[in-house]
Ligand binder design. Structure first.
Ligand SMILES: Cc1cc2nc3c(=O)[nH]c(=O)nc-3n(C[C@H](O)[C@H](O)[C@H](O)COP(=O)(O)O)c2cc1C
Length: 167
């Protein structure tokens, strides 16, 4: 897929086919995540890949808009490494860039994905930290559901000239 077209056509996909997604594809996606920019090139991220439906079910209690994880093939939890990040603020922006790369790489490979908001919601972060038994220096940053898309998202027109300031 041509990159610019991919940027415009990526949409959140919340419905998935009941069809396996090979670990090789997930690894390719995570490779793309690791090529994201980061402040001072600190790369303060880790990635936890899971299909543990019991944990996902428990997550629903702290986050009702995470239902798509129940039918997704995989959930990728982006983790922020507090010991590696340049500053807390930069750790946030770096992990956001990595998460966006996951969404774009999934789209490029024909998969569907959705960012499931975690940071800065303390209850969601705390649940995932405990459920996955994360060490202290790793913080749950964002969950991404992944699967073969079972729906064709509507493509909006989002270009808004009024949001551009030329000076
Ligand atoms: C930080 C962040 C948190 C999000 N959290 C959720 C979520 O918890 N559940 C969900 O269904 N979508 C979530 N989304 C997806 C947004 O709803 C989606 O990106 C937005 O509606 C625009 O649609 P698009 O991704 O198809 O362009 C999140 C997106 C971001 C960037």
């Amino acid at each position: 897929m041509e990159l610019y077209n991919g940027l415009l056509t990526r949409r959140s996909v919340r419905k998935y086919e009941n069809r396996p997604v090979d670990k090789e594809l997930i690894t390719s996606i995570l490779k793309a995540a690791m090529y994201a920019p980061s402040a001072n090139n600190t790369q303060p991220w880790h990635f936890l890949v899971s299909r543990d439906k019991e944990i996902f079910k428990g997550f629903l209690e702290s986050h009702p808009h995470s239902k798509m994880l129940m039918e997704a093939e995989w959930g990728i939890l982006v983790l922020r490494n507090r010991d590696l990040q340049y500053t807390q603020g930069y750790g946030t922006t770096d992990c956001s860039a990595a998460t966006q790369n996951i969404l774009l790489a999934a789209h490029a490979l024909g998969l569907g994905a959705c960012w499931i908001g975690t940071y800065p919601r303390e209850n969601r972060m705390a649940y995932l930290k405990e459920a996955f038994d994360l060490p202290d220096h790793l913080e749950a940053f964002a969950m991404v559901s992944i699967g073969w898309p079972a729906s064709e998202p509507v493509q909006p027109n989002r270009f808004n000239e009024n949001r551009i300031i030329w000076k």
